[in-house]
Design a protein around this ligand. Structure first.
Ligand SMILES: Nc1ncnc2c1ncn2[C@@H]1O[C@H](COP(=O)(O)OP(=O)(O)OP(=O)(O)O)[C@@H](O)[C@H]1O
Ligand SMILES: [Mg+2]
Length: 424
């Protein structure tokens, strides 16, 4: 990345030099330094992207120094090498290829020892010529390099070079240290943030794997219940029905016996229905056979219609195939929200809309029930929290598949729960 519009010429640097040493008073320099420092500080606190912060840091440093060229090299912890992250006045082919092993050359030593280096004429330093090849670029002479530290650890170096010998002073070094402290803070925080994001992503992946494994297990149990238990219960119900009919045909008069037989038959029918419901809850076969939308329709109708709650569907452009893990998580999410409507809403009508637009799938479930105060959701007491996890789980489930979930409700004004997930 090149900072500044064009490489400055020797004449320009010469005039910088004149301005630097003959026109600026000490007070001017202090004011300039404070201004530059405050700009870098506000970039560190105001900008989010590390490269943008480093760019401002370098730009402002070179502006103050009247330095011809410079750059910020960051340390790659695994490779133990420094690479240019931003630079100015250096040829691309040089800066992009430049890599310095920690401990080697001036930059490598600064990174290793954490001590700044000020050279009055690099053309006299064989080590610099050997490792950095700096002398081949634009006849550079004075060179200054300071470590960029975060919590005592060196994370990079800030370099500044001039065409003139004896160009930089001890005062410059102090000034650069102040800039370096700010930039080091930015680099350290950016790295911590990156590590945090990496960990978050790993946790997300593990949670997804756990959910997928649970779903597989549910599928297996559901299959076994369906193939074994449901078949046997169906046969048992049928046999009991046959026994009832036989008792009629052979004219059994014992009412106690007939009542017991009828009760046993009713219990078998009830058990059969319950196990079928369990099978469907564990893994709605319709999700595997017909897909997400028909499964959602079927689930909503089978839960809400028997309670006298009317269901309207508004489904547009949602024909896209979803990944199985997305589909199953979305379905579980819908189950949780509909479960809440059944348990808490006292609604008369529910509208379920699904819309695919601009690479996003939006699912909205709205009821006209009693609603509730959403601001109290996060303030549930520990005792109640054990029983009120549904919406939190729904939110986390959405995050796992890269989506977002929001709940909108007010007492007396119904509830609207919205999920948005990217589809590619
Ligand atoms: N559709 C709704 N209508 C009215 N109140 C609702 C609705 N959905 C949620 N609520 C309120 O929000 C609270 C929190 O819901 P949440 O799903 O998090 O927990 P829960 O349903 O109480 O318990 P569970 O952990 O079993 O889901 C509910 O106790 C209820 O008071
Ligand atoms: Mg709930």
């Amino acid at each position: 990345m090149l900072v500044g519009d064009e490489t400055r010429t020797t004449e320009a640097a010469l005039s910088d030099n004149n301005i630097r040493f003959f026109q600026r008073t000490e007070d001017d320099e202090i004011i300039d330094a404070l201004l530059i420092l405050s700009r870098v500080t506000s970039a560190v606190s105001g900008l989010c992207e590390l490269n943008a912060i480093l760019k401002v840091g370098l730009e402002k440093t070179l502006e103050y120094m009247g330095g011809l060229c410079g750059g910020i090299m960051l340390l790659d912890d695994r490779e133990k090498r420094l690479y240019y992250s931003v630079y100015s006045g250096l040829p691309d082919e040089f800066a992009q290829k430049m890599s310095v092993k920690i401990g080697e050359g001036v930059n490598g030593k600064v990174a290793l020892t954490g001590k700044a280096v000020l050279l009055n004429d690099i053309s006299k330093e064989s080590e610099v010529a050997l490792h950095c090849n700096l002398t081949n670029i634009k006849d550079l002479r004075a060179f200054i390099s300071i470590p960029l530290r975060y919590r005592e650890k060196v994370l990079g170096v800030l370099n500044c070079a001039s065409l003139y010998v004896y160009y930089f002073t001890e005062k410059d070094m102090h000034f650069l240290h102040s800039i370096g402290d700010q930039l080091g803070l930015a680099i350290g925080q950016a790295r911590l943030l990156a590590r945090l994001q990496e960990k978050k992503e790993k946790i997300r992946q593990v949670a997804l794997q756990v959910i997928n494994a649970q779903e597989e297990e549910k599928k297996r149990i559901s299959q076994e219940l369906h193939d074994e238990t449901c078949q046997m219960l169906a046969a048992l119900t049928l046999n009991l029905q046959v026994l009832i009919e036989m008792a009629e045909i052979i004219g059994i008069q014992d009412n106690k016996f007939k009542n017991m037989l009828a009760k046993t038959h009713a219990a078998a029918v009830h058990l059969n229905n319950e196990v079928n419901r369990l099978v469907s809850d564990l893994r709605p076969t319709i999700l595997d056979t017909l897909g997400f939308i028909p499964a959602v329709r079927h689930y909503a109708e089978s839960c809400l219609l028997p309670l006298g709650i009317n269901v309207n569907f508004d489904i547009t452009g949602a024909e896209l195939p979803l990944l199985p893990e997305i589909e199953v998580n979305l379905f579980r999410w819908v189950q949780g929200i509909i479960g809440n409507i059944v348990r808490h809403s006292q609604a008369k009508s529910v509208t379920l809309s699904i819309m695919e637009k601009d690479h996003k799938l939006e699912i909205c479930i709205q009821d006209d029930g009693i609603g509730f105060d959403v601001t109290k959701l996060g303030k549930i007491t520990e005792k109640k929290r054990k029983h009120s996890m549904g919406l939190m789980i729904a939110e986390e489930r959405m995050k796992l598949i890269g989506g977002k979930c929001s709940v909108h409700s007010q007492p007396g004004k119904g509830t609207r729960v919205l999920a948005v997930i990217p589809t590619g």
